[in-house]
Write a protein that binds this ligand. Sequence first.
Ligand SMILES: [Zn+2]
Length: 159
Amino acid sequence: MSVVDEVTEANQSYASGFAKGDLPMPPGRKFAVVTCMDARLDPARFLGLEEGDAHVIRNAGGLVNDETIRSLVISHHLLGTQEAVVIGHTGCGMLTFTNADLHEKLGPDAESIDFQPFPDVAERVRQSVETIRSHPLLPDSFGASGFVYEVETVRIEPV
Ligand SMILES: [Zn+2]
């Protein structure tokens, strides 16, 4: 079965049992999650989220960078979230390469791109939390906390 067929079939199954079509746009639990795109992480499951509960912002590494800030500013100022939870994880792919590696692999078109790899997950999460706490477009009242998710045990530990 093709990917398109697989996802279409899965969606039809999901839609057939769905009864929450009138949820409001603002997240009901008033928080945002920032985490990695890693396929092993299912934030809805490991954080107990239902549809309508929270914003989930994902990218390679679960980084808080300019693009993440864009989403968090919209999340807070337009949609009422009051807190962000940043979650890195053990065994992250972002630990496995350097910019020089990718620049060599991809050639000149990639040379100007910072792929934002990092050597220490907990430290990178702490940096991300600090970026949120100190950002001028997010008020002091906007909370930020950080965790590392262990892929083997699915437990989160604060950093
Ligand atoms: Zn990752």
